[in-house]
Design a protein around this ligand. Structure first.
Ligand code: PRP
Ligand code: URA
Length: 210
């Protein structure tokens, strides 16, 4: 498994505003989308392309286009939905599948409550979107799900990670063709499984408490 932590002052600047508890929901949503677009640039570095012949107004040449089968973007509901627009802006021809997961706030175990994905993901390149990688349980379950369906390589894009969760994902995905792209790795998890300093509950800050 490969890990890439984006190191860019614009990302750190936007993350600082995102973390601030005074930031309102509309601003938070806009920032998640902007951060996603910046992280997508790094996350799609290995997107599969194929050669294509074109003719410019001056001369014939060979370029590239996104290869078939098209990549699949999988936002993890709810919070991952906030990242979807930022990703499809960069990869408009991709298809989108959905996984709904909720972490039990006492046991910290994830449960899958919704799934809308192609039955067969053989040969598909998948991009999983979830802003928070805390204990890593949700991301491990999501990536396992895609690999079991035949996905060949999976890139997960998260805004924040806790070192404990990142280590758990690395252990679970050892030797697999998995890449994790992160906006930052924070200090630790607290006793409630929240990332410190983090940004609080990403789903609630995006969409309100349910
Ligand atoms: C949050 C977050 C991740 C998960 C991370 O979702 O969006 O999916 O927690 O925690 P983990 O790494 O310990 O598994 P949550 O379960 O709160 O659902 P939500 O997106 O509906 O708010
Ligand atoms: N889920 C969140 O939304 N935030 C955390 O800090 C941990 C899990």
């Amino acid at each position: 498994m490969r890990v890439h932590v984006a190191d860019h002052p614009l990302i750190t600047h936007k993350l600082t505003v995102l973390r601030d508890s005074q930031t309102t929901s509309p601003v938070f949503r806009a920032l998640v989308e902007e951060l996603m677009t910046l992280l997508a640039y790094e996350g799609t570095r290995d997107v599969r392309v194929e050669p294509v012949d074109i003719i410019t107004p001056v001369a014939p040449t060979t370029g590239v286009r996104i290869a078939e089968p098209k990549p699949l973007i999988v936002p993890i509901l709810r919070a991952g939905l906030g990242m979807l627009e930022g990703m499809v802006k960069l990869l408009p021809s991709a298809e989108v599948g959905f996984l709904g997961m909720a972490r039990n706030e006492e046991t910290l175990e994830p449960t899958t409550y919704a799934e809308r994905l192609p039955d067969d993901l053989s040969g598909r390149q998948c991009f999983v979107l979830d802003p928070m990688l805390a204990t890593g349980g949700s991301l491990i379950a999501a990536i396992d799900f895609l690999l079991q369906r035949g996905a060949t390589d999976v890139t997960a894009i998260c805004i924040l990670a806790a070192p404990e969760g990142l280590e758990a994902v690395e252990k679970a995905m050892y030797g697999r063709d998995v890449t994790v792209v992160l906006g930052a790795v924070d200090e630790k998890l607290n006793e409630h499984g929240y990332i410190v300093p983090g940004l609080g509950d990403a789903g609630d800050r995006l969409y309100g408490t349910v």
